[in-house]
Design a protein around this ligand. Structure first.
Ligand code: FAD
Length: 468
């Protein structure tokens, strides 16, 4: 079936990159009636035998879902995801304790990356005015004319002209190279010292080996492991660790020793032999954070998704932010009546502060996830924040909630978080000081007669407060 779109305008939009953001963006532009051509360097992943790529599964949350909803894909994707209501923290001695993500009913979804990408490509193809071109690797393009040069698998070249070029070609974007040659283009890229490696935890007796409704985390300060459930009842475990540490492990026995020391409870679940061999299947992968600005050149080209802002994966927001880029661009298109010379600068103005904010937050969570979740103060503050959120749901909103379960602009979420932090810490300080001063005053006024204290009464009093 092909969908007819409302208008007869035929401006040509070239979406370079048919990954998650490119495929979704093609639907957004096609829905508006543009003539859309997607150019993807890989062959069609729906028919390819081997699909190379990054993480096997991803956490989808509100921003990503909102974008999918816009093109009528939310329900389909959500029904194929696994809800995760809380983090499940695994301590070194094997104990597990959940920390909910938000209020009751709030959850993130574990979705299969390849399946999501395939479904989005198929959805884009349902528009009569959208065409997918695989095996088209962008080599170069001309910012003045909008002409792109693609190289095919057989070495041949193709030149294509478009009115608008949308660079969705990922963290190492070829489209971005033209931006780098221009004056007043800001760019920074940071590789973190950690790499990641994925390991599979198979089903046990026909069921998940661990509770599936959680994102499992083994925080171990300098490194950590996480595990997300898959529909086939496996878990994909991702080990994040400095490359130096990965380099030290060279034999199967060393893998086992390492896991025995830090992730002992996961060994029988992954399997001793599987662990020893899986660990060496692929080398650890690097993680990069990319920030740049502006996101556009004139009315010709705009960057979105990882091409504009690759973030480290510790807030589970890279794809979500990329999907939200599509909505923000679409909103601005409506606001400016599709006048590209006004839309593109406005998109940069609106979106850069937000994408930079999520890149910074992801870097912050890089430390929070592996170290802070072990700290008593951090856990105490999480409970205080959640408790205050229950009492004053509009005044105090935990940062994670704003980022994951709302479309509050990322930079505003950060500002609000700093303000809330100040207020709550001051409140706690005042309560603490008040309690100490008040207690001292009472003790001074009524010095206790130790002999008269009824220990049993005191104990019962304490017990009655236990469930507060
Ligand atoms: P990509 O997915 O990189 O797609 C780019 C596409 O462009 C690819 O198909 C590529 O083949 C194509 N391409 C590249 N160069 C060219 C060229 N020259 N010509 C033509 N085509 C080209 N995000 C979340 O929201 N939640 C998560 O839980 C999460 N977990 C993650 C875990 C890990 C380990 C990693 C590494 C990332 C994670 N992310 C997560 C981030 C997420 O993967 C990215 O933000 C997302 O894939 C970005 O999509 P994209 O389409 O912009 O880029």
């Amino acid at each position: 079936d092909t969908k007819e779109t409302k208008s007869d305008k035929k401006k040509v939009v070239a979406v370079v990159g048919g990954g998650l953001v490119g495929a979704l963006n093609a639907c957004f532009f096609a829905k508006r009636g543009f003539e859309v051509h997607v150019f993807e360097s890989r062959e069609d992943i729906r028919t390819a035998k081997v699909v190379k790529g990054r993480s096997i599964n991803l956490a989808l949350s509100h921003r990503g879902r909102s974008a999918l909803k816009h093109v009528g894909m939310e329900e389909k994707i959500v029904s194929q995801g696994i809800p995760m209501h809380a983090r499940m923290i695994h301590t070194p001695d094997g104990k597990q304790s959940p920390i909910p993500y938000g209020k009751k009913g709030q959850y993130i979804l574990s979705v299969d990356r390849a399946n999501l990408n395939k479904q989005l490509l198929t959805e884009a193809e349902t528009y009569a005015n959208a065409k997918l071109n695989f095996d088209h690797k962008l080599q170069d393009w001309n910012a003045e004319t909008g002409t792109m040069t693609f190289v095919r698998g057989d070495g041949s070249r193709e030149h294509v002209l478009a009115d608008l070029i949308v660079g969705c070609d990922g963290a190492f974007s070829a489209i971005r190279k033209q931006f780098m040659r221009r004056s007043r283009f800001n760019y920074s890229q940071t590789y973190i010292p950690h790499g990641y490696m994925e390991l599979t935890m198979p089903p046990r007796d026909g069921d998940f080996a661990m509770k599936p409704g959680y994102l499992h985390i083994w925080p171990r300060n300098t490194f950590m492991m996480i595990a997300l459930p898959n529909l086939d009842q496996t878990f994909t475990c991702t080990l994040f660790m400095p490359f130096d540490e990965f380099d030290k492990i060279t034999t199967g026995d060393q893998v086992l020793d390492f896991f025995e020391q830090y992730f002992a409870d996961a060994i029988p679940l992954i399997g001793v032999e599987e662990l020893k061999s899986d660990f060496f299947r692929l080398p650890a992968q690097a993680m990069v954070s990319v920030k740049c600005s502006p996101y556009h050149i004139g009315d010709k080209c705009v960057l979105m998704g990882d091409a504009a802002h690759a973030v480290v994966p510790f807030y589970g927001q890279g794809m979500n932010a990329g999907f939200e880029d599509c909505i923000v661009f679409d909103e601005i298109m409506s606001q400016f009546n599709e006048d590209l010379s006004a839309v593109l600068p406005e998109y940069t103005r609106v979106r850069v502060p937000d994408d930079h904010a999520i890149a910074d937050l992801a870097m912050y969570n890089y430390i929070e996830m592996r170290a802070h979740v072990n700290s008593k103060w951090f856990l105490f503050r999480k409970y205080v924040d959640n408790f205050l959120h229950l009492l004053m749901p509009r005044t105090i909103i935990p940062l994670y909630t704003m980022v994951t379960f709302t479309r509050t602009r990322y930079h505003q979420a950060v500002e609000r978080w700093h303000w809330q932090d100040k207020v709550i810490n001051r409140g706690l300080f005042l309560c603490g000081t008040g309690a100490v001063l008040g207690g001292s005053y009472l003790l001074f006024k009524n010095p206790p007669n130790i002999d008269k204290i009824d220990i049993e009464k005191l104990w019962n009093r304490l017990l009655s407060f236990r469930n507060f």
